[in-house]
Design a protein around this ligand. Structure first.
Ligand SMILES: Nc1nc2c(c(=O)[nH]1)N[C@H]1C(S)=C(S)[C@@H](COP(=O)(O)O)O[C@H]1N2
Ligand SMILES: [Mo]
Length: 397
């Protein structure tokens, strides 16, 4: 792929790096709308470009109407600009670390033939999805609604690989490395860690297929981590090494990035990664997305109309979706097929188009764990976890 980074691209790239935000001249963050042409990466259909280098591309609203987000429409998120194009044949996965009994190295063929295959339908959502809707504005990639997708992921259980290597009793975390790197040697490699119990969860996979096809290059080929119910940041792409370690990992991407104020969100806790002030981003929050209508859309008078979209959470499952029209009471939407606790679930609600005029519709999802979407977003410096109730303004005419 050819990149021709001009000044604006360099600035947007800097804006996408949390530790580089301080280097930006005041007001330099690019206007998200002005800078978001539809552009096709090799193998992808045209997506909304947020930054070129590293590549950050958002799924356009129309493609979010499908229950399973198409592989060529799935969003692309990278922190580092040098992305390997490892031939499946040359790829190796090392499993080791100070708390591994017998380290091993696997080829893709080993991975596919020596371990049981498992599939899980799960939402992959960036913790920064909807950051571009934060007011006041926060630094980072200014995503709107499309840093999310739902897919069937197929691979092997991470647990089977870890157990094969043998987890010593002193193990605390499992650390994952991807093959991508920064342009400058000083840029910290993208490494993430999971507590051992989350790594050994039966749903955590090393996946090589997405929707029944090999993983697209931009979504982590030949193999990536799939951590259903947890934010996309843990879903390491181009996975190259797995280390079982006796202490909490303190690399930049755990210690400094992807952190939220302590106690701000009802998320799963990882005590070993918490400080008095901040916690790591972990599980996804209850959320919903309207896909049937765009802002200011006209509904033909008297013609039946349905408000549709998706709801999901961190794995308790969607209990209900309610809709409030023109300030009226909350009424239940009909829910679609249950595709599993980590998938998104369709909702549908009939809109009354008998009277002309302005219509405001609010959508609020609730999880089986009792959590409900909040009315307002919860401010936090890096713009994570936007799950405030979504509102769409329509015009019946
Ligand atoms: N190797 C690597 N894996 C990565 C990242 C990355 O920068 N490098 N970004 C993570 C983040 S923050 C997200 S949201 C997901 C996005 O997955 P996708 O690009 O397949 O949509 O990938 C994760 N895995
Ligand atoms: Mo992310």
């Amino acid at each position: 792929m050819q990149f021709r980074p001009d000044r604006r691209h360099i600035l947007t790239t800097l804006a996408s790096l949390p530790w580089a935000a301080a280097l930006l001249p005041a007001g330099a963050a690019a206007d998200p709308l002005a800078d978001s042409g539809l552009i096709a990466l090799p193998g992808k259909r045209p997506l909304i470009k947020r930054t070129f280098r590293p590549p950050n591309f958002e799924t356009p609203p129309l493609a979010l109407r499908d229950a399973f987000t198409a592989n060529d429409a799935f969003f692309v998120r990278y922190h580092l600009a040098v992305i390997p194009d490892t031939a499946a044949h040359d790829w190796r996965l090392r499993v080791g670390g100070a708390s591994a009994q017998s380290p091993l190295e696997l080829s893709l063929s080993d991975l596919k033939h020596k371990f049981a295959h498992v599939s899980v339908t799960a939402v992959n959502q960036c913790a920064g999805c909807r950051r571009g809707l934060f007011t006041p504005r926060v630094p980072g990639v200014l995503w709107e609604h499309g840093a999310i997708g739902n897919a069937v992921w197929t691979g092997v259980r991470l647990r089977d690989l870890l157990d094969h290597a043998g987890i010593r009793a002193d193990a605390v975390e499992v650390v994952f490395n991807g093959d991508d790197a920064g342009v400058l040697a000083a840029t910290p490699r993208f490494l993430k860690s999971l507590p051992v119990d989350r790594a050994r969860d039966e749903h955590t996979l090393v996946a090589f297929e997405m929707n029944g096809r090999p993983l697209p290059h931009w979504n982590g080929a030949p193999a990536r981590l799939v951590v259903p119910g947890w934010a996309g940041t843990y879903w390491m792409k181009h996975l190259s090494s797995i280390r079982i370690e006796p202490q909490a990992f303190d690399g930049f991407w755990m210690k400094s990035a992807y952190r939220v104020p302590a106690n701000a969100f009802p998320i799963q806790r990882v005590a070993a990664q918490e400080t008095a002030d901040t916690w790591p981003v972990t599980s996804l929050l209850i959320n919903s997305l309207i896909t049937s209508h765009r802002a200011a859309e006209r509904l033909p008078l008297g013609k039946p109309a349905q408000l549709r979209g998706w709801a999901w959470d961190g794995g308790s499952g969607v209990a209900s979706v309610s809709v409030s029209v023109n300030g009226g009471g909350w009424r239940d939407a009909a829910l679609g097929k249950d595709l599993g606790p980590f998938a998104w679930r369709a909702f549908e609600f009939p809109l009354d188009t008998a009277t002309a005029g302005h219509m405001t519709a609010l959508v609020r999802a609730a999880g089986r764990d009792g959590a409900r979407q909040p009315e307002a977003l919860t401010p936090n410096p890096s713009g994570y976890y936007h799950n405030a109730i979504q509102r769409v303004e329509l015009e019946v005419a």
